[in-house]
Ligand binder design. Structure first.
Ligand code: SAM
Length: 277
């Protein structure tokens, strides 16, 4: 049996607390993200080729957008399990599913590192921007493969390297410089933890996945004024709370520094991967 690791457990609690707190921001920012990230969701869904009657699982679903697009494709007869570690996020997802009139979705609080589902119970798993945040991504991949039927597919997205994602890297650096976030090693859980395609591939292989394809999708997060964009980022990011809690002077200094260093184009790159159980 694995020894309990108090540091890892604390990291898991912190992660849950931060995403619970960010759920309201994802409710408000949902439309913004849905429009800009649609290309990624479509890549992930096309990759697993959903068919009527299938059982699909979305992990770290947040507001559920990606899985909801697939839910329509598995009807009639198929069910989507929309899951996240955070009940507050699932509440956002429930509201959205009701707006969409979806009737084949169930909602479950699931930590992807220990999935409370039987062996070989789902045909496909989707996860957009979740695994890199997990304390033990290998455990999450092993669990994912356990619940997939043999030959079932996992498709996932993780942010690519910082140089291609200045919209994430610059605010992070500025927050660290201003004492509002902690520096962390590159492999530690966080937006860039699985940015190296070789590490991502190696973890999937170690978890027993085969037929692994890793690709990249370019996104455009520009178009809004800096102030509008920064407000959305602060609402949706788990570190936004630290900035909101800072003094008005510090908040202004951070925003000014990010605006100065970040190009108005705000391009983004995400890795996408398909793997077979
Ligand atoms: C960046 S949001 C992405 C939400 C959604 N997948 C999307 O693309 O819009 C990250 C989500 O991962 C969830 N998450 C982080 N660690 C998790 C874990 N170990 N198990 C399940 N969910 C997790 C968070 O609660 C949060 O909702």
């Amino acid at each position: 049996m694995t020894e309990p690791d108090p540091d890892a457990d604390r990291e898991r609690r912190d992660c849950l607390e931060q995403w619970d707190a960010a759920a309201g921001g994802w409710d408000k920012g949902g439309v913004w993200m849905r429009e800009r990230a649609a290309a990624v969701s479509h890549w992930l869904i096309d990759a697993i080729e959903p068919e009527p009657g299938q059982q699909l699982l979305e992990l770290a679903a947040g507001p559920g957008e990606t899985g909801f697009l697939a839910a329509e494709l598995i009807a009639p007869g198929g069910t989507l399990i929309c899951s996240d570690q955070s009940e507050a996020m699932l509440e956002v997802a429930r509201t959205r599913a009701t707006e969409l009139g979806l009737t084949n979705v169930t909602f479950r609080v699931i930590n992807a590192e220990s999935i409370d589902l039987p062996v070989a119970s789902v045909d496909g798993v989707l996860c957009r921007w979740g695994y890199m945040l997990m304390v033990d991504p290998l455990a999450a991949f092993v669990e994912t493969r356990r619940v997939l039927k043999p030959g079932g597919h996992l498709s996932l997205a993780c942010w690519a390297e910082p140089a291609a994602n200045q919209w994430l890297a610059v605010p992070r650096a500025v927050l660290i410089e201003h004492g509002l976030a902690e520096p962390s090693p590159p492999d530690a859980p966080g937006v860039f933890a699985l940015a190296d395609p070789q590490r991502l591939r190696a973890l999937l292989e170690d978890a027993g996945f085969g037929e692994i394809e890793v690709d990249a999708v370019e996104l455009d997060f520009g178009g809004d004024s800096f102030d509008e964009w920064w407000e959305i980022m602060l609402q949706m990011s788990p570190v936004g709370a630290a900035v909101r809690a800072a003094t008005p002077e510090l908040r202004r200094a951070v925003a000014a520094e990010v605006a100065k260093r970040l190009s108005a184009e705000r391009t983004a790159r995400t890795l996408v991967a398909l793997a077979s159980a």
